[in-house]
Design a protein around this ligand. Structure first.
Ligand SMILES: Nc1ncnc2c1ncn2[C@@H]1O[C@H](COP(=O)(O)OP(=O)(O)OP(=O)(O)O)[C@@H](O)[C@H]1O
Ligand SMILES: [Mg+2]
Length: 253
């Protein structure tokens, strides 16, 4: 069996890509435990942009971390693609799952300080087993899509916050992942670049069949969503399916 992951998942559109049951996450602070996820059920489908909204501290980033194999919940299961229970896999296999199937766009950018923009994207593809020539082409294309061709030889220390965020986005999208986890992907961007990013996420879902899970505070991004889930104090408050707007109003700030 080829190890190289498939990059087009459009035939799976509408199927459940990830499904969680009864997620409970507690953090110890001092001598007490604080329950941050209080029995969360969640699912997301291929081809959908699923938005997760809620106040600061409500558990959104914790939920994404539990869904994506980054932070083990105390209770509950996560069925993700072919993995019946992600958290029953060995740490090595969880790492492999993330590498092969997930793209991450996080609040912190998690870039390598020593690498320039092109190398950041190519390195992610290299770990995935993509040959060098193809990795180079895909990196150039992904950087062009986020408007960073002129900065492709610059390192994170030589880039603005918004530029770094766009490198992280190019790196995540170049992999053509099954699952894209975006945590406030537009928070460091101006209106125009925010728009570029949300459109790329929309396209990854529509054209490639990725399941995009996008945490945001920004109500203007709702226009791009197939589904909006509100979370408050570690619980899902509501879950609404909608049709993405055909012509969303431009973002401006
Ligand atoms: N490692 C940790 N140890 C203790 N408490 C934590 C830890 N990580 C998160 N928390 C707490 O869990 C709660 C939820 O955090 P989380 O980061 O999931 O919130 P969020 O909804 O993503 O908020 P924001 O919109 O500000 O990013 C917060 O009250 C936070 O203080
Ligand atoms: Mg957060």
């Amino acid at each position: 069996m080829s190890r190289k992951p498939r990059t087009d998942h459009s035939e799976k559109r509408g199927e459940i890509a990830i499904q969680a049951h009864g997620l409970v996450k507690r953090f110890k602070t001092g001598r007490t435990f604080v329950e941050v996820l209080k029995g969360v059920d969640f699912d997301a489908r291929h081809g959908d942009v699923t938005m997760v909204m809620g106040p600061s501290g409500s558990g959104k980033s914790t939920l994404v971390a539990a869904l994506s194999g980054l932070l083990k919940p105390e209770e509950g299961q996560v069925r993700a693609l072919e993995a019946a229970d992600l958290w029953k896999l060995s740490p090595t296999r969880i790492d492999r799952f993330r590498l092969d199937h997930c793209g991450f766009i996080f609040q912190g950018f998690n870039l390598f300080p020593a690498l320039n923009a092109k190398q950041q994207v190519m390195t992610a593809l290299h770990y995935q087993g993509v040959p060098k020539g193809e990795a180079h082409q895909r990196a150039l294309q992904a950087l062009e899509e986020v408007g960073l061709t002129p900065k492709m030889n610059q390192k994170p220390s030589e880039m603005s916050g918004g530029e770094k965020q766009r490198v992280a986005i190019a790196r995540a999208l170049a992999k053509n992942p099954n699952l894209i986890f975006a945590d406030e992907p537009t928070s460091a961007l101006d209106g125009e670049n925010g728009q570029v990013v949300i459109r790329l996420l929309r396209r990854a879902a529509t054209e490639r069949g990725a399941a995009v899970i996008c945490v945001t505070h920004d109500p203007r991004l709702e226009a791009y969503a197939d589904r909006v889930i509100h979370i408050e104090d570690g619980r899902i408050l509501d879950d609404v399916r909608r049709t993405p707007d055909a012509n969303p109003a431009p973002l401006s700030h």
